[in-house]
Design a protein. Sequence first.
Length: 137
Amino acid sequence: MTAAPATPPFDEGGALAVVKAFEAAWNRRIAEEIPPTCTADTRWRYRDAFVEGRENIAPFLRARWPIQEHYRLRKELWTFTANRISVRFVSEWRHRDTGQWYRTHGNEHWAFAPDGLQSVLDLSANDIPIEESGRQL
């Protein structure tokens, strides 16, 4: 995946394709797949972390992702405009150090350059402890 499967201006089908492509990429959890989908000057707010520049995305993900074992993610298109997409998501994962399972609920807001590369990611999320037997994903 080197760019979003659709480019602005988005229609509903294009926005849905972008959401599903990003969902698939995050579920694969290959950090090097993500930076090529972003502009060189991309800006991310990922919870309490601020990441700027394509070159900083993979190191950030390689540090973060191993903590979340057995990760599964579902994204749902919330709304879109010509060059922006908002999604709601839920993920489930087990903390590497504690073994505690979590369900994470959140929202993401994305902006895209004309070539379909993501220029902004703004993510807010809440982690809720769950029992492994309560997993849904």
